[in-house]
Design a protein around this ligand. Structure first.
Ligand SMILES: [Zn+2]
Length: 93
């Protein structure tokens, strides 16, 4: 049951990414809903949800939209353009 919900949450996040260019407000709502579902189920957070969430302001990050993605010293850094927070992602070899 939990794995199915986690898959649904990952699908919602990718849907939010698709919607971002045309409807940023709706995309933010979809993303927030997916975040709330993941919290309510108390299952392991999908990787895509961890990647696309700002750890400081909990907003939705999309490369080229609400975030700037750079490679610095072997790790990927997502700069949130809303709060200027750095979200470091360890690079997997
Ligand atoms: Zn932020």
């Amino acid at each position: 049951m939990k794995t199915k919900i986690v898959e649904e949450v990952a699908e919602l996040v990718s849907c939010a990414a698709d919607l971002y260019e045309r409807f940023p407000e709706i995309s933010a709502k979809v993303f927030e809903t997916s975040w709330r579902i993941a919290l309510a189920v108390n299952a392991k957070t999908p990787k895509i949800l961890k990647l696309t969430t700002c750890r400081y302001c909990h907003s939705f990050l999309t490369p080229g939209g609400s975030a700037r993605v750079r490679l610095v010293d072997g790790s990927v850094i997502w700069y949130c353009l809303k709060c200027s927070g750095k979200n470091r992602v360890r690079r997997y070899a």
